[in-house]
Design a protein around this ligand. Sequence first.
Ligand code: SAM
Ligand code: SF4
Length: 323
Amino acid sequence: MKDGYGRELDYLRISLTDKCNLRCGYCMPPAGVPLLSHREILTLEEVFRLSRIFVSLGIKKIRLTGGEPLIRKNLVWLIRMLSGLPGLETIALTTNGSLLCGRVGELKEAGLSRINISIDSLREEVFQRLTGKDLLCDVLQGIREAEEEGLYVKLNCVPIRGINEGELIDIARLSKHGRTDVRFIELMPIGCASKYEGIPSEEIKRRLEEAYGRAEPLTGYEKAGPAEYYRYPGLAGRIGLISPMSHPFCKDCGRLRLTAEGYLKLCLEKEEGIDLRSPVRGGASDGELREMIMEAVKKKPLGHSFGSGALDTDKRRMVQIGG
Ligand code: SAM
Ligand code: SF4
């Protein structure tokens, strides 16, 4: 399936819930967001049906996200069902890791192949200040369990000026040869993130070079994704830099997003998209849904306009989109 600019669309991010047990200050307001009602959220059966249709249209990778996806009951059932879809090559999960302990085995057994765990600080006091919860130990234990189970792990950190900038050297050290990559993601000015200052990837690269030696680009590795990967002489594993602000990767964007209420979102920043929940619940056939999706994706915007001064048209917060 291609969009109006000829970009191949093969990656779908599905947000399973708008609820989260953490309150990362750059992602959602301290009081939380107005939550969708139970009725407004797609059931997992509806999520599976839509996933099946998307995969039949060429989606090869599905990432389950949130809010916090591990809050969603029967997540293991969904992963097991997805793993039976011919043509779907990768089932990934993005989680804050705090609810992961004791669950990695069943997720892997159901068919999960990759896991991204967010970790913005290794200092208990900073972690608590940033996320509103004293759960750093649980996250670290979750990371250990994911590594021990042999899942392919990516640790995601959003560097923020004055919050975790003194820790990036330590966080990079969590990378492990061939098994755990650490990725630094530039902060995007969505919703409450505007009150924080992100740190550009170039600066991260330079700071890591001061600590670990000259960065060697890994040009052939994970070419399809948005990260640029490097190896440093003083570090065991790979470091990824994701630079939506300083080096937008929109021209190669093959992503679609399905929000928890069933809205097919065509660009992280923009409102463009269509409601799929109404036709799903209104009795649309698989064929009709396929047509609607193929028609909608033709309007995928060329790119985001973060940093241009233009107002983002979608008022959803990151916790409601899923990253
Ligand atoms: N709760 C899960 C988690 O934290 O991994 C999944 C949802 S969260 C919205 C997905 C990712 O988006 C996290 O890695 C988070 O750090 C990132 N994120 C949230 N707001 C962001 C922003 N404004 N800019 C860049 N990344 C952001
Ligand atoms: Fe929750 Fe993830 Fe957002 Fe933090 S980044 S508030 S863990 S959804």
